[in-house]
Write a protein that binds this ligand. Structure first.
Ligand code: HSE
Length: 437
């Protein structure tokens, strides 16, 4: 019997996901061997801390603090980068690619900020970078875009891509709790970082949106072309009013492409209760992709965590190993970064319906004055809900659901209303409504 070919694997970063990858290789390595016809052999795990127990038994001889030396070993064929960040991770990835070794990473921040350079170095050295775990954890969304949907022009992509935000929004709605209280509880339960801004201010979702948009439209997506708004400080009242009107608020990445360019944005968005994305609760992620041939497809699963991310990383390892055995890449990833620059839509031109909450002076005529300004900016009103004033309160919540309007017109109208005498006591809360049409 011929000896099964071995592909030597180096893992950089022995944190949560690194330990999950080692564990998955131990648990399902033999099964993978049967499926692939080759063996993924762990050659070493590099981390600055090789003392901490990671909850997985590993031969101490495999542990090293010298990542560069591990990458350079001749018996290492594929490098897995799970350090995170843009410092050492980037240096190690470039080192491996320059040696012609494929790299598997979960590092969306690095891809979003330095993807163009990393893809170019991979191209120059005729190797590849695989990044399934960077978006949607265990959901094979990168493979779906790159392979399963490659016959399609992608028309739009909507993603719930941050488990922390989705968990916070779910609990705020279900338990009618304020943002700060739920964030604290999420931190205590380990669902949110002690420094939560990457998640709650929308940046993690923006990194993931940039990665997905670059695949969907074959272009580099500079982060300054991604408009970003997070969920920090969202009022429980808006979640409750939206629910009364038949909507749930989700932090959505919205990516759309058309003749006038590509739109990439992240913002709290109202979604009809009956829509599939509204049913995605807690830490789960989902991505809805519309292709011009296939129509609508939906992907759902755990967006983070040790096992989900390890599942995606090991799938990439399998692809890298198969490509190495075949003697080349099966896909030309230069398509990820097309030679022709793509135009990005001016956010001001985007047309959407909106949820608006005004804190309006409880006095005859104020509602009409606000509505007149909206009308002057060609913003129609689909529905209005006014709450009775609390006893003695001078201002009352008035909620408008508008018809489709240009963002630029909406911003101008809201600024005008905020500046009027005796109409509102603060700027309106405004969220986009997505109809998925
Ligand atoms: N912090 C991310 C989230 C997981 O909450 O979904 C890592 O991508």
């Amino acid at each position: 019997m011929s000896k099964m070919k071995e592909i030597g694997v180096a893992v950089l970063g022995f944190g949560t996901v690194g330990a999950g990858v080692v564990e998955t290789l131990q648990k399902n390595g033999a099964l993978l061997g049967e499926r692939l016809g080759l063996r993924l052999a762990l050659r070493g795990v590099a981390d600055l801390d090789v003392k901490t127990d990671r909850g997985v038994a590993v031969d101490p001889a495999l542990l090293t603090t010298d990542g560069a030396a591990l990458i350079a070993r001749p018996d290492v064929d594929v490098v897995v980068e799970l350090i995170g960040g843009t410092g050492a991770a980037k240096a190690f990835i470039l080192q491996a690619l320059k040696l012609g070794k494929p790299v598997v990473t979960a590092n969306k921040k690095l891809l979003a900020e330095h993807g163009e350079e990393i893809h170019r170095v991979a191209e120059e050295h005729k190797t590849e970078i695989l990044f399934e775990a960077s978006v949607g954890g265990g959901i094979p969304i990168i493979k779906a875009l790159r392979e399963g949907l490659c016959a399609n022009r992608i028309q739009s992509l909507y993603g719930i891509l941050n488990g922390t935000c989705n968990y916070i929004l779910t609990r705020m709605e279900e338990e009618k709790l304020p943002f700060d209280e739920v964030l604290k509880a999420a931190q205590a339960a380990g669902y949110a970082e002690a420094e939560p801004s990457l998640d709650v201010d929308g940046h993690d979702t923006a990194h993931k949106a940039a990665v997905l948009a670059s695949l969907a439209y074959g272009c580099n997506v500079p982060l300054n072309k991604v408009s970003v708004a997070g969920i920090r400080g969202m009022a429980a009242a808006d979640i409750a009013y939206a629910a009364e009107m038949g909507y749930r608020i989700k932090l959505l990445a919205i990516i759309q492409g058309g003749a006038d360019g590509v739109e990439v944005g992240v913002q709290p968005t109202l979604v009809k209760h009956s829509h599939q994305l509204a049913a995605v609760s807690g830490v789960f992620n989902a991505v809805l992709v519309k292709g011009d041939v296939v129509g609508t497809t939906l992907y759902y699963g755990r967006g983070a965590g040790r096992a989900a991310a390890a599942s995606a990383v090991v799938a990439d390892l399998a692809d890298a190993a198969l490509n190495l055995r075949a003697g080349g890449r099966r896909r030309d990833l230069s398509a990820v970064h097309a030679k022709t620059p793509v135009a990005f839509r001016d956010p001001g031109e985007i047309v959407a319906r909106h949820y608006l909450r005004f804190s309006m002076k409880d006095q005859p005529g104020t509602l009409a004055r606000a509505a007149t300004v909206l009308g002057a900016h060609r913003i129609g009103i689909d529905s209005v809900m006014q709450k009775e004033a609390a006893k003695g309160a001078a201002y009352v919540p008035v909620i408008f659901v508008t018809g489709p309007a240009q963002e630029r017109e909406m911003a101008a109208a809201l600024a005008e209303i905020a500046a009027m005498d005796g109409v509102v006591d603060r700027p309106a809360v405004a969220y986009r409504i997505e109809d998925f049409e």
